[in-house]
Design a protein around this ligand. Structure first.
Ligand code: DGL
Length: 270
């Protein structure tokens, strides 16, 4: 089958690197027949410590790449940092449905909290943008929010230190302000944090519900389809593009996606 025949349900996903594969994993779970093109901006990661202007510029370039080179019909901004800083700009510029992590993550947090005390963790840029805070406050004006930037979590996950004692200590240090805060919900506002889920839960205790925007984002994406894409006799097509080092992306990416990754290509013009 040609590309054009399949093109009606091609979802484009971008992230600063491998992290967005946690979102892709959830989308595959809900839409197992959709064709997906993933772009990881590995040459310019991490986004989490950069300015909103730079993150917005990168996000626009990533969207243009997916639209022009890969003719996507839906765009998923898997990166929480890019969603926090750039989704409004992207929605103004591009005329296709665009889903990010902020609104779905905020909605889920408001749905699960019982006492309105919600902690939000993410990169420095995500927390500084106030995007999750604004969205939650709009849905639940009396919410009491506890935003905490956790910049060391991303490198710990990428170095595969998930089960390391050092990681537990870092998590305890960042999340110490939550002790005695009465928080009942913790929003994991970064692509990498689902991989730390077990340790985070152990540190904060079972009484706090963890919200993963990756699953909420995938649910929002699946709602874009009145009928889920189906190719009865065809396997879905997954393509991966990166702006640097396809091999490194493949090796680490398989841990995030929990599946084999093949056909990773270097994107032109990055
Ligand atoms: N993907 C980013 C996010 O979800 C984390 C990695 C980065 O800082 O680029 O915020």
């Amino acid at each position: 089958m040609t590309d054009t025949k399949r093109a009606g349900c091609r979802i484009g996903i971008f992230d600063s690197g491998v992290g967005g594969l946690t979102v892709m994993k959830q989308i595959i779970r809900l839409l197992p027949h959709a064709d997906i093109v993933y772009f990881g901006d590995t040459a310019r990661l991490p986004y989490g410590g950069k300015s909103p202007e730079t993150i917005t510029r990168y996000s626009i370039e990533n969207a243009i790449f997916l639209l022009k080179e890969e003719s996507i019909q839906f765009l998923v901004v898997a990166c929480n940092t890019a969603s926090a800083c750039a989704i409004g700009h992207l929605q103004q510029i591009f005329n296709i449905p665009i889903v990010g992590t902020i609104m779905p993550g905020a909605e889920k947090s408001v749905e699960v909290t019982r006492n309105g005390r919600i902690a939000i963790i993410g990169t420095k840029a995500t927390i500084a943008s106030g995007a999750y805070q604004r969205e939650i406050q709009q849905l639940l004006p009396n919410a009491q929010l506890f935003p905490i930037a956790c910049p060391l979590f991303v490198p710990l996950v990428e170095e595969q230190f998930v089960d390391h004692d050092a990681t537990k200590m870092v998590i305890q240090t960042y999340l110490e302000p939550l002790i005695g805060s009465g928080v009942d919900t913790l929003l994991l506002g970064c692509t990498h944090y689902p991989l730390l889920r077990e340790v985070i839960q152990e540190v904060v205790g079972e009484g706090i519900t963890l919200v993963d925007p990756a699953s909420s984002c995938a649910e929002a994406v699946s709602k874009l389809f009145s009928q889920p894409p189906s190719h009865s006799s065809l396997k879905p097509e997954y393509r991966y593009f990166v702006s640097d080092d396809p091999h490194k992306f493949q090796l680490l990416g398989e841990k995030f996606l929990c599946a084999d990754i093949s056909d990773v290509r270097l994107a032109n013009n990055y």
